[in-house]
Design a protein around this ligand. Structure first.
Ligand code: FAD
Length: 380
């Protein structure tokens, strides 16, 4: 009989793990406190931008992002097939714009190493830049153009992924209420107690609880330094095609969606688990608009919202099995890149369940790296 897997958390990461595990024959139950996709995943801008997000060096995190980008086309095709829904995926490319000649120098350095790793990027200026993005302000001096980056419409992707999970037989226990206990044993392996859905038992547990993962460490005697970073974000009504690329400036980004909105993000605030949208957070984004796109000076913001990014002290996710409890896999802390990283996370987690994970790739993301650091510093 197939192993039964409980996935805690129904954001994109939990659903991606459930989808892949169910596809490889596991009997999967997703336990979600609220509504699937109701937190960070449904709030995201949906950018798949490993080059723009990793500007310093080709480290393990950058490679994980790149691996995930490469998995995206096939992953979306599988979700579309299983869900019967079409997913908006726009291969727009990106422009990282600068307003001053002096700011080009870090872009040139980045271009050198990123082009060796597939970016196919170039510096564009003058008429070539205006041809690519006709409504950019004359204030913009130049840009790093990266044709390999793209974006999806995150709320629809998560909804399609939920349907795709169901079509693969995944049971989704939403509105489960709080988790009051997690008990590990050799058989059946793990029991999760919830206030609204009672006890749920399985052979394996995959923890995908996003910004809330810090509270879960106590069940395993570990410290998970995950904390929420609020992202406030807004949208204008702008016809499709006016802004052609994902455009990143030092203050904000803009990405045009098929529903005729131009999404502009995003703040990074420390506000606990509060998802309130503030004038201060949105105001900063709105003020940066006309400098890049003069037509935004007259445009009202039509929609504003916020989500909690799951941030980890060193900026990298936790992705691995617990040494003392191999029936538990942690997949959390994807911070600014959880939409991008979902395919590789689903595949890696299922490889771990199958006992055939690439430890070389995953070593840098070991969930116990912080607990080990504490032990090490105590023994000195
Ligand atoms: C404004 C904004 C813009 C972003 N833009 C991008 C982008 O362009 N590209 C990109 O790649 N990423 C982006 N991100 C980041 C991305 O949204 C996150 O990294 C990703 O959604 C994390 O997914 P998750 O499933 O781990 O978390 P979540 O979507 O937050 O899901 C976690 C789920 O776990 C549930 N939960 C919590 N505790 C429990 C429990 N004890 N038991 C059961 N369930 C529980 C929660 O209710 C929640 O539904 C953005 C984020 C924000 C906020």
């Amino acid at each position: 009989m197939a192993d039964t897997v409980i996935v805690l958390g129904g954001g994109i990461v939990g659903l991606a793990c459930a989808f892949e595990a169910a596809g490889r024959g596991y009997k999967v139950t997703v336990v979600e406190t609220g509504k699937p996709g109701g937190q960070a995943s449904g709030a995201a801008a949906g950018m798949l931008a490993p080059y723009s997000e990793n500007t310093e060096q080709p480290d393990a995190f950058f490679r994980l992002c790149l691996d995930s980008l490469r998995l995206y086309p096939q992953w979306l095709a599988e979700i579309e097939e299983a869900s019967g829904r079409r997913i908006e995926w726009i291969p727009s490319g990106s422009l990282n714009i600068v307003y001053h000649e002096a700011d080009l120098s870090p872009l040139r350095t980045r271009l050198l190493w990123q082009n060796r790793l597939g970016a196919q990027a170039e510096i564009v200026e003058g008429s070539r830049l205006r041809e690519l993005e006709p409504h950019l302000s004359q204030n913009v001096e130049a840009a790093l153009y990266c044709p390999q980056e793209s974006h999806v419409y995150a709320p629809d992707l998560v909804a399609a992924l939920e349907d795709a999970c169901r079509s693969r037989g995944v049971a989704i226990m939403d509105h489960s209420g709080a988790v009051t206990d997690v008990r590990l044993s050799s058989a059946p392996g793990v029991t999760v107690s919830t206030t609204a859905r009672g006890d749920i038992s399985g052979d394996r547990l995959v923890v995908c609880t996003g910004a809330w993962t810090g509270a879960l460490g106590r069940w395993f005697g570990l410290h998970f330094p995950v904390h929420p970073i609020r992202g406030q974000i807004c949208a204008y009504e702008v016809p499709v095609g006016v802004v052609r690329h994902m455009v990143f400036s030092p203050q904000a980004y803009w990405t045009s969606k098929g529903n005729g909105t131009l999404v502009c993000g995003a703040s990074e605030d420390v506000a606990g688990f509060d998802t309130t949208v503030t004038e201060r957070g949105i105001g900063r984004l709105v003020r940066s608009g006309p400098k890049a796109f003069p037509f935004l000076a007259d445009k009202p913001v039509v929609h504003r919202w916020a989500g909690l990014r799951p941030a980890i002290r060193d900026g990298w996710p936790m992705l691995g099995q617990l040494e003392g409890a191999p029936q538990v896999v942690i997949a959390a802390g994807h911070y600014r890149n959880g939409i991008l990283l979902s395919p590789v996370t689903g595949a890696s987690v299922t490889d771990l369940l199958d006992g055939k994970a690439d430890w070389g790739l995953l070593a840098a993301f070991a969930p116990e790296r912080f607990s080990l650091a504490v032990e090490g510093s105590l023994s000195v």
